[in-house]
Design a binder for this molecule. Structure first.
Ligand SMILES: *[C@@H]1O[C@H](CO)[C@@H](O)[C@H](O)[C@H]1NC(C)=O
Ligand SMILES: *[C@@H]1O[C@H](CO)[C@@H](O)[C@H](O)[C@H]1NC(C)=O
Ligand SMILES: *[C@@H]1O[C@H](CO)[C@@H](O)[C@H](O)[C@H]1NC(C)=O
Length: 359
């Protein structure tokens, strides 16, 4: 059943003659000469990040031979659109999630279903923004800047306020009752926030956020918030791909999702993580690009100890269930898996991984 995907780096140019063309096309889009996309009007300098060589990392990477991530269950299919970040409030309500149509929604149970909890801009309107399953396609990018794209959600446990990192509107906050979120800042260190992507809240009330366009790699690194190393950023783990949101569990370990990376061509992408922040704004689907480049995208999610040691690796090698995973949240015996480009949330019992009968 299982297809062998054991990695071997191939010569880029030989294996992927279309790569150059695709690269040029991407370059053109990034330069955005007609200022057609949301990048338009902003000065946007792509940033290269240093990540460990793919081969070197993969040689020592534990494999999940049972492909256990494939046992996950897809929930809320075509009810949520690109639910990247998942959050629960102090009362255990949720999940809350940010959608590709710009809304932050809350699950209220089977009777009432999903309700709109917050929006990030007064220019949001149902006619303009709420395009259902189409909101995760390229059709959305034309309106996305008017609707918002919330990518990171975190509750302040003290105040109950929800902090939001939005790709267009930067950092915002909304009270426990929801509504229109208030913009907090558009500048950090004197630079404009262009692609707010994720955030975290320190106990002392400081909000840390990440901007994909900033000149540091936010996730291969860990910002020590407390103790002797407070404020120090250091690399804690070498990953075989570009990870997205990082989420701690109750045990102080952290979950990282990586869309992985079997070919040298994809290594180009993983070395240029800023592409991720624009890929869903491309005027063609990423899956097409992936096919052109001969990439096999599949997801690896890993649990790391505080020291960066690998505790657990879960794979879905066939990409059957989970693809383009952006965030993994472990709550009370369940992994909640968010994805930026698909219209569902996946769940998996953890640490007791059992296959759910299809419902
Ligand atoms: C998974 O398979 C590879 C090769 O097929 C093997 O080297 C490795 O030990 C296996 N891992 C586990 C945890 O069984
Ligand atoms: C998890 O369990 C704890 C203890 O039972 C409960 O207080 C909390 O609300 C639960 N969280 C969620 C998100 O269900
Ligand atoms: C909270 O702690 C962090 C990490 O030490 C520090 O950078 C930040 O300035 C602190 N914030 C406040 C309001 O003290």
């Amino acid at each position: 059943m299982e297809k062998k995907t054991h990695g071997k780096d191939h010569g880029l140019a030989h294996q992927h003659p279309v790569l150059l063309a695709v690269g040029l096309a991407l370059g053109f889009i990034l330069m955005d000469p007609f200022e057609m996309g949301p990048v338009g009007g902003h000065r946007f300098k792509p940033v290269k990040h240093v990540i460990a060589p793919y081969k070197q990392v993969m040689e020592n990477w534990p494999r999940d031979n049972e492909s256990r991530l494939g046992l996950g269950k897809l929930e809320f299919v075509d009810e949520v659109f690109g639910p990247e970040s998942l959050e629960f409030d102090n009362l255990g309500r949720g999940p809350y999630t940010g959608l590709a149509d710009g809304r932050i929604v809350r699950w209220t149970g089977h009777t009432a279903g999903w309700e709109t909890f917050a929006i990030v801009t007064p220019s949001w309107s149902e006619e303009l923004c709420a395009r259902g399953v189409e909101s995760t396609t390229y059709l959305q990018w034309k309106v996305e800047q008017h609707c918002g794209r919330p990518l990171g959600l975190r509750f302040d446990r003290e105040s109950g306020d929800l902090y939001i990192a939005d790709a267009y509107y930067g950092l915002l906050v909304v009270g426990p009752e929801g509504g229109l979120a208030t913009r907090l800042t558009t500048h950090a260190d004197g630079k404009e926030i262009l692609f707010a992507n994720d955030l975290d809240i320190h106990k002392n009330g400081s909000v840390f956020f990440t901007d994909t366009s900033a000149r540091y790699n936010r996730v291969l690194m860990k910002l020590w918030l407390e103790g002797a190393k407070s404020g120090v950023v250091e690399v804690v783990a070498d990953l075989p791909g570009f990870p997205d949101n990082v989420r701690l569990n109750e045990r102080g370990e952290f979950w990282v999702a990586i869309d992985c990376c079997r070919t040298a061509a994809q290594q180009v992408l993983t070395h240029n993580p800023w592409m991720r922040s624009i890929y869903f704004r491309l005027p063609f689907p990423m899956s097409l690009l992936a096919r052109l480049m001969g990439m096999r995208m599949y997801t690896v999610i890993s649990l790391f100890s505080e020291n960066g040691d690998i505790v657990q690796v879960l794979e879905d090698r066939e990409g059957a269930v989970m693809k383009l995973v952006s965030e993994v949240r472990e709550v009370n015996g369940t992994l909640w898996v968010g994805t930026v480009a698909h219209n569902y949330i996946a769940t998996l019992p953890y640490p007791q991984i059992v296959s759910d009968p299809p419902s």
